[in-house]
Design a protein around this ligand. Structure first.
Ligand SMILES: *[C@@H]1O[C@H](CO)[C@@H](O)[C@H](O)[C@H]1NC(C)=O
Ligand SMILES: *[C@@H]1O[C@H](CO)[C@@H](O)[C@H](O)[C@H]1NC(C)=O
Ligand SMILES: *[C@@H]1O[C@H](CO)[C@@H](O)[C@H](O)[C@H]1NC(C)=O
Ligand SMILES: *[C@@H]1O[C@H](CO)[C@@H](O)[C@H](O)[C@H]1NC(C)=O
Ligand SMILES: *[C@@H]1O[C@H](CO)[C@@H](O)[C@H](O)[C@H]1NC(C)=O
Ligand SMILES: *[C@@H]1O[C@H](CO)[C@@H](O)[C@H](O)[C@H]1NC(C)=O
Length: 411
């Protein structure tokens, strides 16, 4: 039996009205599972970028990958199980506690306001002939994974059902996740979808967007971008251990979701900066951002950020193998007895995601270069060389989306 796993994630973000609400964060959910998922997320981003055969821009949704693997762990035994739980940083014996904590976190990954929308859906399509273990189906539900029966012999109908569900959650942004040939030999397809649309708390004004050069880490110009500009009192910190500057750009009105832009110091490569991130917690970074926001609340930052769009469709198998998950993909070694009666392994894990970062698209760009000059008192944060971005849900410290921008283009 073959088992294909597919999941996708999508992000679309633009901007909106100004709002200055900054409630205190409740950090009780930052410890425990949340921190483990965070560490997994950073490792996954690191290995995904290393596994790319050529350097290109990247967007992935680490928490959806974590979720799919956690569901698989519930069906696994022997070294298949321990390899997954080690990478996920959960203890097999404490799976039940992990499920409870996950539900607590997952609750927060749903938002629907005028300015921010975050939707998620996990679904497992299983063949009508597939004898899934009943306990597994029940446990999957605890990970909020719906089980949907389908007839895999009729692959066109099943493909249409999967695509239509994914398309409806992503508001049509991912109309075709699978084609019928890719599910032909499968008996099971697991999908995890996350959709985000956020408007900046302080939008960029498109009249200030200008064409600007973009450099590589060594300072050579490698292309041009449409650079957005905004002066605002963004939380900003210089994190020495990261060898990077970090800027927080909040979404919406309730200070729940933010984009963090991490820009390496001169002479530091993106990979090195990100490697350092493995030793740093998100809490430390947010604390430094908070301290700087309090101490320098009047300091404005000139933020220059390229308008960009990234679409990623990648196989995560290699990155996950680097993280020690090996047997799951091996037809002979995979052990998933708690999931299905027949021998089952995972043939592929496909991840599709998309991000679009803009100011507000319809305003004509008429730029004045002089405007970009650095006034006394304003700090300058210029993302004109490779950077990392993370979209973080702050109540739970979840990295919902993250990636790298290093290949410029005029979007
Ligand atoms: C923080 O969140 C936890 C869990 O949701 C809750 O039990 C606690 O009362 C909250 N604390 C504050 C200060 O709001
Ligand atoms: C599944 O689809 C095949 C091909 O269309 C059909 O022959 C079969 O009867 C279907 N099975 C069920 C249980 O509906
Ligand atoms: C499935 O769709 C493909 C492409 O649209 C088509 O060529 C094929 O005949 C269809 N198969 C069935 C059984 O309907
Ligand atoms: C954007 O800037 C232009 C030029 O300064 C100004 O006329 C316009 O009102 C601004 N738009 C917004 C939405 O602030
Ligand atoms: C991370 O911390 C460990 C233990 O303190 C240390 O051995 C390692 O060199 C550090 N890695 C980086 C990238 O700083
Ligand atoms: C997560 O990573 C941080 C930084 O390396 C480390 O201090 C912490 O112990 C890790 N937590 C877990 C649960 O692995």
């Amino acid at each position: 039996m073959r088992c294909v796993i597919v999941f996708c994630a999508l992000l679309l973000s633009c901007d909106a009205q100004l709002a200055e609400v900054k409630p205190e964060l409740n950090v009780t959910l930052h410890k425990g599972l949340s921190e483990r998922i965070g560490n997994f997320s950073i490792e996954l981003l690191y290995h995904t970028t290393l596994a790319q055969d050529k350097v290109s821009n990247l967007i992935i949704s680490p928490i959806t990958v974590w979720t799919v693997l956690a569901v698989l762990a519930e069906g696994a035994s022997d070294s298949t199980l321990t390899q997954i739980t080690t990478a996920l940083r959960i203890t097999p014996a404490l799976k039940e506690a992990a499920r409870r904590e996950y539900q607590e976190i997952y609750k927060w990954l749903q938002v629907k306001t005028n300015t921010v929308e975050l939707q998620r859906l996990n679904a497992m399509f299983m063949d009508v002939s597939n004898d899934l273990q009943k306990d597994f189906v029940d446990v999957a539900k605890e990970y909020d994974t719906h089980v949907i029966p389908a007839n895999f012999s009729d692959s066109n109908t099943t493909t249409a059902a999967i695509n239509s569900l994914v398309s409806s959650v992503t508001h049509g942004r991912i109309p075709m996740l699978v084609d019928s040939s890719s599910i032909e030999n499968s008996k099971l397809v697991l999908t995890s979808v996350l959709y985000f649309k956020g408007q900046w708390t302080a939008p960029f004004n498109a009249s200030y967007t200008t064409k600007q050069p973009f450099y590589d880490s060594s300072g050579n110009q490698i292309g041009e971008v449409n650079m957005m500009y905004r002066r605002h009192n963004y939380p900003f910190a210089n994190i020495k251990t990261l060898q990077a500057k970090v800027l927080e750009i909040p979404y919406g009105k309730d200070n729940r979701l933010s984009m963090l832009i991490m820009l390496p110091n001169p002479g530091v490569s993106l990979n090195n900066m990100f490697y350092n991130f493995g030793n740093e917690s998100l809490d430390t970074i947010f604390n430094e951002l908070k301290i700087s926001a309090e101490q320098y609340s009047d300091d404005e930052v000139d933020c220059l950020l390229p308008r960009f769009k990234i679409e990623t469709s990648l196989e995560l198998t290699d990155a996950l193998k680097k993280m020690g998950i090996i047997d799951l993909f091996d037809e002979r070694k995979a052990r998933l007895p708690l999931m299905a009666y027949l021998p089952t392994h995972v043939s592929r894990i496909i991840h599709k995601a998309e991000i679009e970062v803009t100011e507000e698209g319809t305003v004509a760009s008429a730029a004045t270069a002089a405007f970009l000059g650095n006034r006394i008192g304003a700090l300058k944060f210029e993302a004109n060389k490779p950077f990392c971005y993370l979209i973080v849900e702050k109540v739970t410290n979840s990295i919902t989306f993250g990636g790298f921008y290093h290949t410029p283009s005029l979007f």
